[in-house]
Structure formats: structure tokens, C-alpha cells
Design a protein around this ligand. Structure first.
Ligand code: SF4
Length: 384
């Protein structure tokens, strides 16, 4: 799809309601006009000011010369046999980002991206292997939800809300793009926007401790933390940010986040990597790490293998044995269902086909992952 060339006007998807009110003030318009406009955009999916018939003609004319409402150009759309939909959006200069819609019986979840690429470089992550290109702006983050919600409504022939949950788990580390993230979260939560409850909006982070503390004050939504290892030596290798914010600091910030969080637990994501972090020793060490220390749920994620990782998915038996140890120890544990396997719906897998800017994966696969069991004292190594 070719990008539409727009005049130099402001994309209104880039504003939360306060931002839109400030924009309207520059046009000598009152706040209630901004609220009407916001509802047209986010609740009705309008992109043409002429549709907004309850706005004065003079305001519509002003808006037409100063503003626009534009989605990101869609490079491709993939529909899985299980109903999962994945879009690849063009964000310019050869960069692409992904959003994935996952329908379930009781909810519709949209996973969206916050950055083109990612600087954190997690070992098991396809996006991390592509390196970092740039932060998305607020409009580009919100545009993924705006487009997905309204295109799904059209497809399903409904005026009812389709997306009930948003997870910031697509490409990028959202807390490394904080100033663009927060207005987008506010638009999701705003009753005049998408009206999602704080419990149904989840920010997933690899553990940017100072920003967890800021999010707690500014916009506390549900928090998921990419843990993936029960000790620092292994986590240093899987999630390099751990060298800066090691596990003890991270868990302390999780506990402090819970004071204001909309849920009474933190979700710890744990990607199951064959022979690396999936052993019974690792499970027992994980129990020791979190039990009684932080209120949490553990979400075990089957690894989606991609060639450059040099890592393998844990067998179902291994995942079950790991989960059993956690459950017997009293930890609430879930195993994420894989969805959209036929369309590569895991984070970063399509965008990686579009661009690998830094060749970071070449550096990453050279070093095999060393396995450390801090308590059991049984170090070993796995194929990297
Ligand atoms: S898992 Fe998240 S933080 Fe880590 S490299 Fe991938 S996108 Fe970045």
C-alpha cells in the first residue's frame, strides 16, 4: 500500500484528551469541543471532519486546514485460522511494526508495539535481534489501536467494542519510550476514548526500574515483567538490561508498584528455552526467588523459535514439569497458549523479514548461553 502524502498538519491521533483540548484552545475552541472531537475519532473511528456533523462548520473548516487523522499505512495483514489477525505497519525509512489481535471467548486482546526495533536485545526475542531503529510517537502507538478497533468493527459488522484488552507487548520496550507511551495509555483509559479499565491495559517491561516507579505515579495500569530467569547470571545473558537493574532491585520496584496497581499481582513472563532456563532446578530457584516476596502470577511462554536465535522451544513435558513445581509450591502459574502459529504471530517475526538494520543477531548468536543455578551449584551449559 502506498503512503498517502499529507500536508504539514497535525495528526490528532497523537493527543490524549488534555492534549487535544490544548490544541483546540489554539484554535480558540472550548474544551467540550475537544471532547466531542475525541469521541468522534476514538469511539466512532471518524477520519473525515466533514462526518462530524455536531461540530460547527467553522470548526470543521479550521480543522481541515490544521489537522488530520491518519492510520499507519498497512504493509500486510495476516489472518490465522484461529482468528488471530496480525498487521504489519509501515513507519517509514524501511521500518515496520506489528500489532496482533487475539480473539478469545470472553475478550479481544490487541498487542501493540512501542518502538521500531528494540535496544534491550533480549536473547530469545526476534525484535531484539533486529536492533533499535527509533521510538514511535504517541500517534503511531495509538494509531495501531484506532485502526485495529475500527477495521475489526467493520469486518465483524458491529458498532460494539471489539478490543477489550490492550497489552504493550509488541515490538519495543515501552518504558524506554515513556513520554510517548503515557498519553497513548491515557487515550486507552479515557471514557471518551476507548474506556478500557486499568486492569485491562498491561504494560510489559524487561525491567526499567526507574520508569516502573514513574508509571506507578503517572498512570498505573497492569504490569507484566519479563523475568525469564531465576538468577542474575542467567538473566544477565537473556535480558541484558539485568546488568543495569538486577533482580533484587526489580522485585523491590514491583512491590512498590503494587501499592498503586489496579491488580494485586505482577505478572512475570518466563519464556521456556530448552536446556537453558527450563530445568527442575531453575523452577525451584524461581519458587525461592518470588514465593512470599512479591505477589505474582507466573506466565510460562512457549518459545517461538526463529533461526537466528540458536535457541529451542522446551518440550511440552518439560514445560508441564516446570509448571507442576511452581503450582505445587503455591504459585499461580499459567502456560500461554500459542496463537497464530500459521502467521508467525510472535513479536517481531514479520518485521524482521522487512529489515535487519544492525545485524545485531550476528553478534548475539556467537556467544552460547551459560546456565547458572545459584542455589543448586550445578552449573552447566546449553547450546546457544
Ligand atoms: S523481549 Fe521486549 S524488551 Fe526484550 S528485546 Fe524483545 S521487544 Fe525488546
Amino acid at each position: 500500500m502506498n503512503a498517502v502524502t499529507l500536508p504539514e498538519t497535525t495528526n490528532l491521533l497523537g493527543f490524549d484528551l488534555d492534549g487535544l483540548a490544548a490544541f483546540c484552545e489554539q484554535l480558540d475552541e472550548k474544551r467540550f469541543r475537544a471532547t466531542q472531537l475525541f469521541r468522534w475519532i476514538h469511539q466512532k473511528g471518524a477520519s473525515d471532519f466533514a462526518q462530524m456533523t455536531d461540530l460547527a462548520k467553522s470548526l470543521r473548516d479550521k480543522l481541515a486546514t490544521r489537522a488530520h487523522i491518519a492510520a499507519l499505512p498497512v504493509i500486510s495483514e495476516h489472518l490465522s485460522s484461529d482468528g488471530t489477525v496480525k498487521w504489519l505497519f509501515d513507519v517509514g525509512a524501511g521500518n515496520a511494526v506489528e500489532a496482533v489481535f487475539i480473539p478469545e471467548d470472553d475478550r479481544g486482546t490487541l498487542c501493540i508495539s512501542s518502538q521500531a526495533g528494540c535496544a534491550v536485545g533480549c536473547r530469545f526475542c526476534s525484535t531484539g535481534h533486529q536492533g533499535f531503529s527509533r521510538n514511535l510517537d504517541t500517534g503511531e502507538i495509538t494509531a495501531q489501536l484506532w485502526f485495529a478497533e475500527h477495521s475489526l468493527r467493520k469486518r465483524l459488522g458491529t458498532e460494539e467494542r471489539v478490543i477489550s484488552n490492550v497489552v504493550m507487548m509488541g515490538m519495543g520496550e515501552p518504558l524506554q519510550n515513556y513520554s510517548a507511551l503515557v498519553p497513548s495509555l491515557r487515550t486507552m483509559l479515557d471514557d471518551h476514548g476507548y474506556g478500557l479499565s486499568r486492569r485491562r491495559v498491561t504494560v510489559s517491561t524487561s525491567g526499567v526500574v526507574p520508569m516502573i516507579e514513574r508509571l506507578r505515579e503517572d498512570c498505573p495500569v497492569a504490569l507484566a515483567v519479563s523475568l525469564h530467569a531465576p538468577n542474575n547470571p542467567l538473566r544477565d545473558q537473556l535480558v541484558p538490561l539485568n546488568k543495569k537493574y538486577p533482580i533484587a532491585e526489580l522485585l523491590a520496584s514491583c512491590n512498590s508498584y503494587l501499592d498503586k496497581a489496579p491488580r494485586d499481582f505482577i505478572t512475570f513472563e518466563y519464556c521456556m528455552l530448552d536446556g537453558v532456563n527450563d530445568t527442575p532446578e531453575a523452577a525451584r530457584e524461581l519458587v525461592e526467588l518470588v514465593r512470599g516476596k512479591v505477589s505474582c502470577k507466573i506466565n510460562l511462554i512457549p518459545f517461538n523459535p526463529f533461526p537466528a536465535s540458536g535457541l529451542k522451544r522446551s518440550s511440552n513435558e518439560r514445560v508441564k514439569a516446570f509448571a507442576d513445581i511452581l503450582i505445587q509450591a503455591g504459585l499461580i502459574t499459567t502456560v500461554r497458549k500459542t496463537r497464530g502459529d500459521d502467521i508467525d504471530a510472535a513479536c517481531g517475526q514479520l518485521a524482521g523479514e522487512v529489515q535487519d538494520r544492525t545485524k545485531v543477531h550476528v553478534r548475539m548468536v556467537r556467544a552460547p548461553v551459560q546456565v547458572h543455578f545459584v542455589k543448586s551449584g550445578k552449573p552447566g551449559s546449553a547450546q546457544g
